[in-house]
Design a protein around this ligand. Structure first.
Ligand code: GUN
Length: 278
């Protein structure tokens, strides 16, 4: 049976250390989260981020706009936050409504306050193998989880399923920077199972139940980033858990695996940006 990669346990450890560190700061980090519209999942994510930040001593504010807000209003708000010295971290919750250009909005965030690491500056640094101000939260959390369990990355074949800018794309580059041999699979990939069968480390970030036990190599490490509810409201990941846990050596559960690590990384990034700007 595979060892469970316990994201909650590691998150709690990280948060205890951060709370202690923040208690020694004379001025506190301040995270502003911008939420546009009423996407229920985004509302839950933003609520969780705010609760967690406040619990460990980060000042946190949510700016909530209705879905019909104009792009320039949003961008002007970001400029105002960029110029506000008390604000040390800015996050624009994605997705944004269709009439707003995600690129224009993210590009407006000052790279030194870009707590997601999504601005072209920070992405460019990441993809040229240099150090961005911070690394994107979900892939960062996944690497912390792998490191916590002593899982080697260098020389391994890592297969990333999904190529989003939030997870798949930065994940593939961060694994490459750690000297994995990386294959990225996506909706046009042919023979997905043939490729996943060769993965030593499989990261699935699709949001659909696509990874079956028989698609895995014996002893592989499985990281499940997907999260969605079925008709009865039960949470699932991309990976069929029971059969996969009999084949893999390590597996992250849903919930309780990657999700808590994304929040922990956001808190780490908020403190890193604050310390860089001291
Ligand atoms: N939506 C889903 N995940 C994320 C994330 O990590 N950052 C932002 N900004 N939006 C998201």
């Amino acid at each position: 049976m595979a060892t469970i990669l316990d994201g909650k346990k590691l998150r709690d450890k990280i948060l205890v250390d951060l709370e202690q560190k923040i208690s020694t700061f004379e001025h506190k980090p301040k995270l502003v989260v911008i939420l546009v519209g009423d996407n229920p999942a985004s509302q839950i994510y933003v609520g969780n981020k705010q609760k967690c930040a406040q619990k460990i001593g980060i000042i946190s504010e949510v700016v909530h706009y209705s879905s019909d807000i104009e792009e320039n209003v949003l961008i002007n708000k970001i400029h105002e936050l960029n110029n506000d010295k008390s604000v040390t971290a800015i996050l624009v919750q994605l997705p944004l409504p269709k009439h707003i250009s995600k690129i224009n909005v993210i590009d407006a965030i000052a790279p030194k306050k870009d707590v997601d690491g999504f601005t072209p500056y920070n992405f460019g640094k990441l993809f040229s193998g240099e150090k961005p101000y911070v690394y994107p939260c979900t892939p960062k959390g996944i690497l912390l989880l792998l490191d916590e369990y002593g899982i080697d990355i260098a020389g391994k074949h890592a297969v990333v399923v999904g190529r989003s800018n939030i997870v798949g794309h930065p994940m593939s580059q961060m694994l490459l920077n750690r000297n994995a041999t990386v294959t990225v699979c996506h909706s046009h990939t042919r023979n997905l199972a043939q490729i996943t069968k060769t993965a030593d480390i499989l990261v699935s970030a699709v949001g659909k139940n696509i990874i079956k036990g028989e698609m895995l190599k014996s002893g592989c490490v499985v990281i499940d980033v997907g999260i969605f509810k079925d008709g009865s409201g039960k949470l699932h990941g991309d990976v069929e858990f029971e059969p996969s846990s009999k084949i893999a050596s390590y597996i992250s559960p849903v919930p309780g695996g990657v999700g808590p690590m994304t929040i922990a990384s956001l808190m780490l990034n908020t403190v890193e940006l604050f310390e860089n700007n001291l």
